[in-house]
Design a protein around this ligand. Sequence first.
Ligand code: PHE
Length: 350
Amino acid sequence: MNLDQYLSEAAAIEREGTAALSAATDVDALEAARVAFLGDRQGRLKSLQESLKVVSKEDKPAAGKRFNEARAHLQSLHDERKTVLGRARQVGAKEDLSLPERRAWKGAKHPVTLVIEEIEGIFRELGFTVAQGPEAETEWYNFGALNFPPNHPALDAHDTLYLEGGGLLRTHTSPVQVRTLQRYAPPIRVLIPGTVYRRDFFDASHAPAFAQIEGLCVDEGISFVDLKSTLNLFAERFFGASRTRFRPSFFPFTEPSAEMDVQCGICGGSGCPACKGTGWIEILGSGMVHPAVLEAAGLDPERYSGWAFGMGPARIAISRYGIPDIRILYDSDVRFLEQIAGPVLSGAEG
Ligand code: PHE
């Protein structure tokens, strides 16, 4: 075999080998092409190598060099294709690579939690401590110690969830007022967030289980001025520069009692759906701690006085974020949480 013949044979093998390796669309076809061209036994390159023996001595270096080039080229093309096709096999033929990636769940704070934490922050700055009490209560803490008469309608089984074997699910966080007063000596400034239960239907504005935040301040010489100024400061901090108004109200455990309204931040007081056209949003019940409550907790009402309030952070969340139905707060739908807490899903960091 002369050099020209050898070189053109090498070129043909290289060209056909390139075509065969490139045409392979899966690892099995690639392996077949490898055996046909690079295989040790019957591979085309193997026979090209054998032919070197019949090339004349002076042509051998050039022929050998061409053989090495062809082999190196086909070998590297094979290795490259093997990596690509191997990766495709791992992914799996049925997977749709055009689907957007599934992003990692990062979680988000619930709107009611956001409201509670912000309120806690404001009252912490005013010297309040955050405390908790039990959700399963005794009738005495929930009603008796709070000066409810035994025939008060709130005690009715239509309103309150009683537990088997005595006790009940607390209908408000106010029993923790009494627990706190029994346990700590004045001066007391405490904020008590927690879940409460009522026998209510689950509709757009009611839920049988919901959050409340109780506030209590007891010391010598505390007056209604302290109540008003503290709650006004809170309203200013939480709702912006809104105006407030106090309306006379009644609770068995406060006297006098007042409900506080905040001027609607959405319409600025002119009336809109968020404030049901009134210009005001009712945010809390409050009042001076009834002497009977101080007495029930073992304090001398001649010496001590105090004020308390209770509010529903879900109601506040609803007006703040313009949520049309309270039940949305119980769904924990990511698409909803994302609108309020910001992006809860993240690709890059996830
Ligand atoms: N416990 C009352 C309620 O659930 C709210 C309240 C708390 C009122 C403290 C006055 C003082 O409606």
